[in-house]
Ligand binder design. Structure first.
Ligand code: PLP
Length: 452
């Protein structure tokens, strides 16, 4: 198709590509050549086991011919239509997405290009619907890199652009048990009391800010890069109740946790909660094409029945992306991938637990479905992290390098290691990755201090 010798890909990229989240002089990307199933290969034919689904998005695995074919057929039939028109694939895709929402209650779908603009549009919808302006989000969150989504993001990725991001965001604390400030002296508190403490904290903030000023609470249903924080039982239901009590729109960001990742179509379903608005991207097409979506209850959409929704995107409902989404949902159903992720949850937990038992640098493990994390610490008692907040350390860099050298691609974030493989992964393939990780953890074990 397009010719370029393998050994010229990296130098030419370094010359012309401007990389995101990177200091340009330090980028050293893997030149990827092909991918299939849970593996990808570089230009030297080195194989990597993909423990991060690339960017936590290739949920159905690489190279699925059914999705590729659907996209090719759509491209041949009609590659594009204007946003104000409609197409067969737009009708089919909006129903397909509405049908997988919790209790099929989010019946109207606004298609976007990815996660950030889904959150931007969700915020606009909530503001337009309520006539209020503040947005409450959590400190341990990531919602995207556009100005509004970045303001909503609680983690340090927003800080470089402040104070000129979107005004009106107030952050609150996450129910993060392992490092809960409030529970250092009573770590054995019951799950119900723990959840209630964080709901009380949230309600206090709602009162201080003034419920009459708050349009929405936006939260990742299960926190992704900031720590696979799985809400305690009762927490999500409690947030729903607070939103109802104070007339606040509940928006859940399912960009990373959605589409089977946690063993349900969407993570909120674990707590049987129906948000008013849900944002999605990544697993929506398994990254075969860029696409995001905002699913909303009919009453949110109805607020714009007579009023214009002042927002738009040239590429909203791009037919080729929608074909990828419809085929992706079909593949997930046909191959029972949500069920498979649910079944693999206990398998992953056992493997992570084993690693925790044999490595003193593992402070805690958590997972829900195929959404897992290891928190690495220098000392289990003090919980001193293996890398500082918003930083790296020689040990974490060495662990990551060891994994890559040994053909295991995974994501490390500060002092954590994330395990987010394609949902098609088998027990044997998971084990294959764990064996590399088992050896890599010997590096971080050496940095452990004190009595374990
Ligand atoms: C929870 C969450 N929300 C939003 C986003 C932003 O998505 P995108 O990069 O497609 O804009 C991400 C991306 O990682 C995410 O993890």
């Amino acid at each position: 198709m397009f010719d370029l010798p393998d050994d010229e890909i990296l130098p030419l990229s370094k010359e012309h590509v401007f990389y995101t989240w990177s200091a340009q002089a330090r980028v050293n990307p893997i030149p990827v050549k092909r991918a299939k199933g849970v593996y990808f290969w570089d230009t030297n034919d080195k194989r990597y086991l993909d423990f991060n689904s690339m960017t936590m998005c290739v949920n159905v695995g690489h190279g699925d011919e059914r999705i590729i074919k659907a996209m090719q057929e759509q491209e041949a039939e009609l590659p594009y239509a204007a946003p104000g028109m409609t197409t067969k694939i737009r009708a089919i895709a909006s129903k397909a997405v509405a049908d997988v929402t919790p209790h099929q209650a989010l019946t109207k779908i606004l298609f976007t290009l990815g996660g950030a603009d889904s959150n931007e549009n969700a915020i606009k919808l909530a503001r337009g619907y309520t006539g209020k302006h503040k947005i409450l989000t959590r400190y341990r969150s990531y919602h995207g890199a556009t100005m509004g989504a970045m303001a909503a993001t609680g983690d340090p990725r927003r800080q470089m652009w402040e104070p000129l991001t979107m005004p009106g965001v107030v952050h609150f604390l996450d129910p993060y048990r392992y490092r809960s400030t409030f529970h250092r002296t009573n770590p054995d508190i019951s799950e119900a009391e723990f959840a209630q403490d964080f709901l009380n904290h949230l309600e206090e903030i709602i009162r201080y800010e003034g419920p009459e000023t708050i349009a929405a609470i936006l939260m990742e249903s299960v926190t992704g890069t900031n720590g696979i924080i799985i809400p305690p039982e009762g927490y999500m239901q409690g947030v729903r109740a607070l939103c109802d009590k104070y007339g606040i729109v509940m928006i859940t960001d399912e960009v990373m946790a959605g589409f089977g990742r946690t063993g349900k179509w969407f993570a909120v379903e674990h707590w049987d909660v129906v948000p008013d608005i849900m944002t999605m991207a990544k697993g929506l097409t398994s990254a075969y094409a860029p696409l995001g979506a905002v699913a909303m209850k009919p009453e949110i959409a109805a607020a714009f029945n007579e009023r214009v929704f002042q927002s738009g995107l040239t590429y909203t409902s791009h037919p080729v992306s929608l074909a990828a989404a419809v085929a992706n949902i079909e593949v997930m159903r046909q191959d029972k991938l949500v069920e498979h992720a649910a079944a693999m949850g206990p398998v992953l937990k056992r493997m992570l637990t084993d690693l925790g038992e044999s490595h003193p640098s593992v402070g805690e493990i958590r997972n829900i479905g195929l959404f897992g994390i290891l928190e690495l610490v220098k000392n289990r008692e003090t919980k001193e992290p293996m890398a500082p907040w918003n930083g790296s350390s020689p040990e974490m860099s060495a662990l990551k390098k060891f994994c890559l050298d040994n053909g295991l691609f995974l994501y490390t974030h500060w002092h954590t290691v994330l395990i987010i493989p394609p949902l098609i992964i088998t027990e044997t393939q998971l084990q294959e990755g764990m064996e590399v990780l088992d050896k890599a953890l010997e590096i971080t074990d050496k940095a452990v201090t004190g009595i374990q």
